[in-house]
Design a protein around this ligand. Structure first.
Ligand code: ZN
Length: 737
């Protein structure tokens, strides 16, 4: 059984709910905001207008929505919501309250529960109420929070619920915040309880505050954690005091120093309106002019929009093994003594587990970040019901509730997790026979990094030479490993290579041979000459006895007289390495996997040797390897590829992998294509790569023998190789394509 050093950290966070609407009016935006403010973390729920489908889909991914709520129930909105089956949840009936019983129960962890769990009765404070007739209502309502009146969409009366929970309301009058602390429901904390992240960027939105697009963009920008304010140039007076307050906090250093943005509708007219100029004068530096559309560029890294809950905890989980893999189990501590809940209110339980990439078949408790594969990955990782899993850039989140006492996750094998990633792309993938063979070899050696001896050309020659059960002597083996050519030997390049812990330096051919024997790559035995048929036959040390049977004529032979005074042990290749056709392809595959693992030891969450692929159009092909990396600051990458010993790649190899890669468009996965070989690439091969379109060429990574044999591939570009993108660039530079 593989040894696994389990590690789990977890935290609780609110749901990220995308409020889906169609051409929302000003009143709609305020109602969606008010509904959001009844929820824990509601401030971070984006408002989506499906009028622009591309933008709408981008927002769902950019904000990493866990669920979509149809605020408008038109067919177009409902169709949009159901076009994200991976964000569906059976228990969520498109209603924020469960009204099946007499008393409505909030479906999500709500404002009242937050107050009782995070603030507590002794700290009760008055909550700040923004009267609808306040002059700066459009800005203040969206910044400080407003509550909905009871309606079909919200049967609960949060105004009275909040008063019952010791938080009576206080009306905001004029331009000053009350002197005594007050609860701002947008932050759910009058006592500086910051549960969710706030970004450093800040600024002011300039425009007509009756324009629903401005209000929605303003809301969404704040939902990304940016602390912005509003300014209406047609009636500046009500808005200026609040901008002045923000500028004062910036200047006094109360806010972290950051760039101050001026967001306008038309970038051409983006000069500072009179009236605003004086207020902004303390910010002599760092003023940035931009248009609304760029407040949240679709290319902004997704992690910027991630939300996290209160601080995470770690746990030493129990891990049990069975034939079907590893099961991890732990009991999450409830955040504050015990959740006080008024019913079955749900939140997300984020789990960050570990991956074990050095194991054969790799076991991972960390799925790739691929929302479209949520339900497939849930099945592999044993999450039930399967619509309870959401993959995240640094782990996963489970739909949870206060009564959940135990979390159980199955460690997915690399090839299983990768097959789950292929499914949303319409490809059936499964470990091939060749892959199983490579996997068995890696398992026998003890993991990817225990296969380093195969980097040495002399070792590969020995393996190639001992095909057909040829037997060799130890002196011959060490000489081949050394690969003596004049003064400098082949092995000198590997003097720093570490094969096993505690090994002496520099690496000698005797140490390499010793390692191959320890790993039983070669088995000792003796070659005896039969007295009956005069043929030489080999017997392993396990079969060597005082009386043996001739392999050819079955004669019974007494061994004593057959031994010369100095018995030369003769070594044969282990039967493990004797499936010649498969082995031929295994070495470049495992060396390529090993090099990628060496480059990104912490980022690899799963890998697999060769997989058979069946595309939705019926095409069959294969990938010789698959590697998945995940990184908090980058999208998950999937690497596929073709590995050869010395044969040339051709247009067909390239076409197959290119077709596979194109199936991953719009899946949110960054896909890379590796070509590797234990020789140099020919001009013909490089010409094929150079002929690719630039977008595709940027995704190609070449490993030739000079990149596979050293401990570090692309050593000269090492500092730039921090991710797959950097690796692809280093490869392009090295091979000039
Ligand atoms: Zn014989």
């Amino acid at each position: 059984m593989p040894e696994v050093d389990p590690f789990v950290s977890y935290s609780f966070r609110p749901f990220r709910i995308g409020f889906c609407s169609e051409r929302p009016t000003q009143a709609d935006v305020f109602e969606m905001a008010a509904l959001s403010f009844t929820l824990w973390g509601g401030r971070y729920n984006p408002i989506i207008d499906i009028g622009d489908l591309d933008e709408a889909r981008t927002i769902v991914r950019q904000y990493a929505c866990d669920l979509l709520f149809a605020f408008h129930t038109s067919k177009a909105v409902l169709d949009f919501v159901s076009s994200f089956p991976e964000l569906s949840w059976m228990d969520f009936q498109q209603s924020l309250c469960d009204t099946r019983e007499d008393t409505p129960i909030p479906v999500f962890f709500d404002l009242v529960s937050c107050c009782s769990n995070f603030i507590g009765t002794p700290d009760a404070v008055e909550w700040l109420h923004i009267p609808p007739d306040h002059q700066a209502f459009p800005s203040l309502a969206l910044v400080f929070g407003i509550l909905p009146s009871t309606s079909a969409r919200m049967p609960l009366d949060y105004n009275s619920l909040l008063a019952q929970s010791y938080h009576p309301k206080i009306d905001l009058a004029g331009d000053e915040l009350p002197q005594t602390p007050c609860l701002r429901i947008s932050e759910l904390g009058g006592r500086a309880i910051r549960l969710l992240p706030v970004r450093r960027d800040t600024g002011v939105f300039i425009g007509d505050v009756t324009n629903p697009l401005l209000l929605r963009t303003f809301w969404n920008t704040r939902a990304a954690g940016i602390s912005a304010t509003l300014f209406d140039p047609t009636r500046p007076a009500p808005f200026l005091p609040w901008i002045a307050r923000q500028v004062a906090r910036l200047s006094s250093g109360a806010l972290e120093r950051s760039r101050y943005h001026l967001w306008t509708e038309e970038p051409d007219r983006s000069e500072v309106p009179p009236g605003l100029r004086a207020v902004l004068s303390p910010l002599t530096e760092g003023l940035v002019l931009a248009d609304w559309a760029h407040a949240l560029s679709p290319s902004a890294p997704r992690h910027l929009n991630r939300i996290h809950g209160p601080k995470s905890k770690s746990s030493l989980p129990r891990v049990t093994f069975s034939d079907s893999g590893a099961i991890l189990q732990f009991m999450p501590d409830v955040p504050i003594s015990a959740w006080q809940s008024s019913g079955a209110e749900h939140f997300m339980l984020e789990v960050r587990g570990s991956a074990h990439a050095n194991h054969s078949r790799s076991i991972s408790f960390r799925p790739p970040y691929m929302p479209t594969a949520n339900q497939h990955l849930a099945r592999t990782m044993g999450v039930l019901p399967k619509d309870h899993l959401r993959t995240e850039s640094d782990g996963l989140a489970l739909i949870s509730e206060p009564s959940q006492r135990i979390v159980r996750l199955r460690g997915g094998f690399g090839d299983e997790l990768i097959a789950d990633m292929f499914r949303p792309a319409g490809i059936e993938a499964a470990l091939s026979d060749k892959g199983r063979y490579t996997d068995r070899l890696i398992r026998h050696m003890g993991g990817l990094q225990k296969c380093r001896a195969f980097k040495i050309p002399g070792v590969r020659s020995l393996i190639a030479e001992t095909i057909n059960n040829a037997a060799i002597t130890a002196p011959y083996a060490t000489q081949r490993i050394r690969g003596a050519v004049g003064q400098v030997t082949d092995l000198d390049r590997f003097s720093d290579l570490v094969l096993r812990a505690g090994q002496k330096h520099p690496l000698t051919s005797a140490l390499v041979w010793d390692y191959l024997l320890r790993k039983r790559v070669f088995l000792p035995g003796a070659e005896l000459k039969c007295e009956e048929c005069s043929l030489n036959f080999w017997l392993s040390i396990d079969d060597l006895r005082s009386v043996v049977t001739c392999t050819y004529c079955a004669a019974q032979l007494v061994v004593g007289p057959l031994l010369k005074s100095n018995l030369d042990w003769k070594y044969r290749r282990s039967p493990l390495l004797s499936v010649d056709a498969s082995l031929h392809g295994s070495l470049p595959v495992l060396l390529t996997l090993q090099q990628i693992h060496t480059l990104f030891p912490l980022d690899i969450i799963a890998w697999s040797a060769s997989m058979d692929l069946l595309l939705s159009d019926g095409t069959r092909c294969e990938t010789d390897l698959a590697v998945v990396t995940a990184h908090t600051f980058h999208p998950s990458c999937l690497v596929i590829g073709e590995c050869k010993t010395t044969l040339e790649f051709n247009g067909n190899d390239l076409r197959n992998l290119r077709n596979v890669a194109s199936c991953f468009n719009h899946t949110g996965i960054d896909i890379y294509i590796v070509f590797s070989k234990l020789a140099k690439f020919t001009d013909a091969e490089l010409t094929l790569i150079r002929a690719l379109s630039p977008g595709l060429r940027d995704k190609v990574i070449l490993f030739d023998v000079d990149a596979l044999e050293p401990y570090d591939a692309f050593q000269e570009a090492k500092n730039a190789v921090i991710n797959m993108e950097g690796l692809a660039r280093a490869s392009a530079a090295a091979h000039a394509y």
